[in-house]
Each structure stands twice: as C-alpha cells, then as structure tokens.
Design a protein around this ligand. Structure first.
Ligand code: FAD
Ligand code: NAP
Length: 342
C-alpha cells in the first residue's frame, strides 16, 4: 500500500497560500515511519522535501517531489534545576504553542519569539529571531536523522553554526538531515535579563501600563506589536520577511549615511559590518505597498511580500526581484531572500 498520496495541492500547507501540486505527499507522525517513507521516495525516484508549517517557503511551481509533512509530536521536560529546565519539543510541534506553554510554566527565554508561525523543527534552520533574541540563545541541541545513513545525529548548539538567519542546515548540511526534535534550556525568572531594548517594546509596555515587566508582560507586548504590524496569513498569504536585513561593510554604510542621513544602522553580526533594515531600503525606493497583479509589498511592513489572493509563486518572485533590483540601483546593496524558494 502506498504511504503517500499523489498529485496533492500544497495550497493548504504553506502560509503564502499559493497553488502548486506535489507529485506525492506523505505525513510523518512517528520517527519509525521515516525509513519506509524514504524507501518509497527512492522507489519513485523522487527527491524528498520536508515541510513544517510552510511559513518560510515560496512555491514557484509544481513540485516534482516527495513532500513530507513533519508532524512529530511531544513536549517533555528532560531536566529541572533551581536555575533552568531542559525541554525537548518534537519537530512537528507548533512553535508559538510551545512559547505559550513555556510562559504558562514560568519557563523564561522564549518571550521575544512569540507569534512566529511554523513548527519547532524548522526553528533552528534559519535560527529564528525577533526583538533581539534568536533561538541560538536558548538552544541546547538539535536531534536529527542523517538521511544518508538513517542514523540519529545530535548537533550541539556550536555544531549548528548559527548566524543571522543562518545555520549549518541551510549550508553544509543542507538537505542531509531531517530535524526530529529540539532541546531548549529555559530559565527561571530572575536568573536572566529580559530583552526589552528593541524596536517598539518599551513604548508598548508603557502603553500597556506595565511598570515592572516580567516575562509574560514582555511576551504580551511582543504579541501586541506583531498583531499591529504583520499581516495574518489567514487574511493575506505571506511568509514573514521576504528578505534578510543586509549587512554592509561599515565604511560603505558611513558613506551612504552621508548621502542619506536618516539611514538606520545597527551593529552587524561580524565586526566591521553594519546591519541596515531592508524594510527601510524598500520604503526609500518607493516600493512599500507596491503591488503588481495579486502580489505586492505589504503597506504596513514593506519587507513582507503578500499574496492578495490567487497570486502565483512566479508573480510573488517577480515582485521580489523588482524590489531587489530597485534597492541595488539606488543603494548598491543586494538584499537576499530569507524565504526558501521552491
Ligand atoms: P517551513 O516553511 O515548513 O520550512 C522552512 C525550511 O525548513 C524549508 O526549507 C524546509 O524544508 C525546512 N524544514 C522544515 N522542517 C524541517 C525539519 N523537521 N527537518 C529538516 N528541514 C526542515 N521568522 C523569524 O525568524 N522571525 C520572525 O519573527 C518571523 N516572523 C514571521 C511572521 C509571519 C507572519 C510569517 C508568515 C513568517 C515569519 N517568520 C519569522 C518565518 C517563519 O515563520 C520561520 O522561519 C519558521 O521557523 C518556519 O517554520 P515552518 O515550520 O513553517 O518551516
Ligand atoms: P522593527 O522593530 O521595525 O525594526 C526594523 C529592523 O531594525 C528590524 O528588522 C531589526 O533587525 C532592526 N532593529 C530594530 N531595533 C534594533 C536594535 N535595537 N538592535 C538591532 N537591530 C534592530 O522591526 P519589525 O519589522 O517590526 O520586526 C520586529 C522583529 O521581528 C525583528 O527582530 C524582526 O526580525 C522580527 N520579524 C521577523 C520576521 C521574519 O519573517 N523573519 C517577520 C516579522 C518580524 P532584525 O530583523 O535583525 O531583528
């Protein structure tokens, strides 16, 4: 009996809501099923592609592939001390629900990462980050299966080679492992400093009349800001920020700043580089809210490209390339996609 269904629409499985079909679609609910699914894909001579919540993928056409939805479930506390907990979450668990669960347990560290769509297994892929915190700050290890050998392979935090929206899984280890679980080190209140110096957080806490913020208040503030700015994929299909914020050599930034005195800049992840918000660059070239057909840049957040309904992946990609070119022509800066283009 076949373990997969053939010619299946992927529209319900990515947050861009774009129509495209997969040759085969299978669901992984138990690690023990992995080998059988892999064997079937091989017998069909189809490459495997893994989807979690589909919130960081743009489908530009039908996928001649064996797509596996990772639905491995389970959250467990592995260790508890007077300072921290080690929590293991299976790859198919919803990330935001894990954040909410941790807040309910009084386990700190994830409050700035609330309302990020998708599954736990994809979180290390691009080292998800928001409001000054990245998963690398709380991640202990990543459990995977080596797709070539079928053996379990554990990656320590250091082995994940995390960078700004980067990890080994997007580079040297690309398509070589399926992430089956993550293990996080979450902290007791008072044993770490809440991160509140980013963007609009302080203003939101003031608006919420929070005098002494705790992890839950900070989490509420982050959620309120995100709800006010970001399009809900249920309304407008999107995959969050389409581009990464570019990091340019600081001397280049300094000379651009002379020409554009309002250009924001933040310390880059490498010494000698300055991070420039891509959203600001897009706004400057007049493309915030730009629309072509059913695809465009969101009016409240230029960095987010949206499907206004019925857009094709090619249309969204064409908008992205138009924006990329306009930014390069004005600033000499190449903004690169953060979203995985399939
Ligand atoms: P998918 O889109 O399903 O997959 C992403 C990539 O990971 C694909 O290449 C896929 O093949 C691979 N993959 C997925 N699961 C596995 C696995 N188990 N093993 C191996 N490979 C796997 N991102 C941020 O960093 N910060 C934000 O603040 C943020 N905000 C967002 C807001 C909105 C409204 C949206 C739509 C997206 C946002 N994102 C953000 C992007 C996205 O939510 C994250 O990148 C998220 O981690 C993707 O999870 P997913 O399960 O949907 O991954
Ligand atoms: P914002 O607060 O308007 O800030 C614009 C950009 O400036 C951000 O992208 C952020 O970079 C940078 N920034 C702001 N304050 C900073 C500081 N104190 N130090 C260093 N950099 C600073 O951003 P936003 O668009 O509303 O997003 C808020 C947060 O959620 C950001 O961290 C953003 O990355 C995250 N987010 C990510 C996605 C996604 O899909 N990846 C989608 C929505 C929101 P960074 O992006 O490097 O943090």
């Amino acid at each position: 009996m076949s373990l997969s269904r053939s010619n299946i629409s992927l529209k319900p499985y990515t947050t861009f809501g774009i129509e495209a079909h997969a040759s085969r679609l299978a669901v992984l609910e138990d690690i023990a099923q992995w080998k059988a699914l892999q064997d079937e894909a091989m017998a069909l001579n189809l490459p495997i592609k893994i989807l979690g919540g589909g919130s960081n993928v743009l489908l530009t056409g039908d996928q001649d592939a064996y797509v596996i939805l990772n639905r491995l479930k389970g959250i467990e506390v592995l260790e508890q001390t007077d300072r921290h907990w080690l929590v293991r979450a299976a790859a198919g668990e919803n990330w935001h629900q894990l954040v909410m669960w941790s807040m309910d347990q009084g386990m700190g560290g994830l409050e700035n990462l609330s309302l990020i769509p998708g599954c736990c297994g994809a979180a290390p892929m691009q080292n998800i980050g928001a409001y000054g915190v990245e998963i690398k700050d709380v991640l202990e290890r990543v459990e995977t299966i080596d797709r070539a050998t079928g053996e379990v392979r554990i990656f320590s935090n250091a082995e994940c080679a995390f960078g700004y929206r980067e990890s080994i899984f997007k580079h040297e280890a690309k398509d070589q492992f399926i992430i089956t679980a993550i293990v996080l080190k979450l902290r007791r209140a008072g044993t770490y400093a809440l991160k509140m110096d980013y963007g609009d957080i302080k203003a939101m806490l003031e608006q919420m009349q929070v005098a002494v913020p705790d992890m839950k208040a900070l989490c509420e503030a982050v959620m309120a800001i995100r709800r006010s700015k970001l399009p809900d994929p249920a309304e407008y299909g999107n995959a969050g920020s389409f581009f990464k914020n570019p990091e340019v050599p600081t001397p280049m930034y300094d000379s651009l700043k002379e020409k554009y005195p309002l250009m924001p800049g933040y310390p880059g992840t490498q010494a000698g580089f300055t991070k420039v918000p891509a959203g600001w660059l897009i706004e400057q070239v007049g493309l915030k809210g730009y629309r072509s057909g059913q695809a465009g840049s969101f009016a409240r957040q230029a960095l987010v490209l949206v499907n206004y309904g019925g857009a094709t992946g090619a249309e969204v990609y064409a908008v992205a390339m138009h924006i990329q070119e306009a930014v390069f022509n004005q600033f000499g800066i190449t903004i690169l996609p953060e979203v995985n283009v399939w």
